[in-house]
Structures are given as structure tokens and as C-alpha cells.
Design a protein around this ligand. Structure first.
Ligand SMILES: [Zn+2]
Ligand SMILES: [Zn+2]
Length: 96
């Protein structure tokens, strides 16, 4: 997959369209489930980073592309009350 265009990515994620295939969801929870299950994080989709914990890698980057992917993948592992503040921030920017 090829994530180069931040505007396209942001628009797709806001509209709950999968960045990696043609799937479109109605609900954020379905959306996250789809992306995480169908497109597992074996490496960073943005820069190709291959480490033990790609999710932590995503969470530590400052650029928007990484942050948007963190909003998706980070949401899958934490219960609502365990989500870090920076995850909640990017989530609310994307999905209100
Ligand atoms: Zn997909
Ligand atoms: Zn990366």
C-alpha cells in the first residue's frame, strides 16, 4: 500500500473509508475493527519501520500521517478509559 497524500488519507479516514482497500464503514467501531483485522501492522504503513512494536512507533511520530494511523490502530488495543490523551485528541479531530 502507498500512503503519500495526507489530504486523501485524512478525508478517507474522516469518511470511514479504508485507506488500504475499498471498504467503507458506517460506524467508527466497525471501521477500526476492519482496518486492524484486515490490514495488520506487520510494519509501519507510512515509513516501513519494522520493529517489535509498530503501534508505539506510530504513537511517537509527530507528523499527521502517522498520527492518523495511530488513531485507528491505537484504538483497537485500549478500552475507552485506558486510552491515552493524545489518542483521544486525534480521534476527536477525525471523528468528533
Ligand atoms: Zn480495508
Ligand atoms: Zn512509520
Amino acid at each position: 500500500m502507498d500512503i503519500v497524500d495526507i489530504k486523501t488519507l485524512e478525508k478517507k479516514v474522516r469518511n470511514l473509508e479504508c485507506p488500504f482497500c475499498s471498504y467503507k464503514a458506517k460506524f467508527v467501531s466497525h471501521y477500526i475493527k476492519h482496518v486492524v483485522n484486515r490490514h495488520p501492522l506487520d510494519k509501519c504503513p507510512v515509513c516501513g519501520y519494522k520493529g517489535i512494536n509498530v503501534l508505539i512507533h506510530l504513537s511517537r511520530q509527530k507528523d499527521r500521517v502517522h498520527k492518523i494511523l495511530y488513531a485507528i490502530y491505537g484504538s483497537s488495543t485500549k478500552r475507552r478509559h485506558q486510552r491515552p490523551r493524545k489518542l483521544m485528541k486525534i480521534r476527536s479531530e477525525l471523528w468528533g
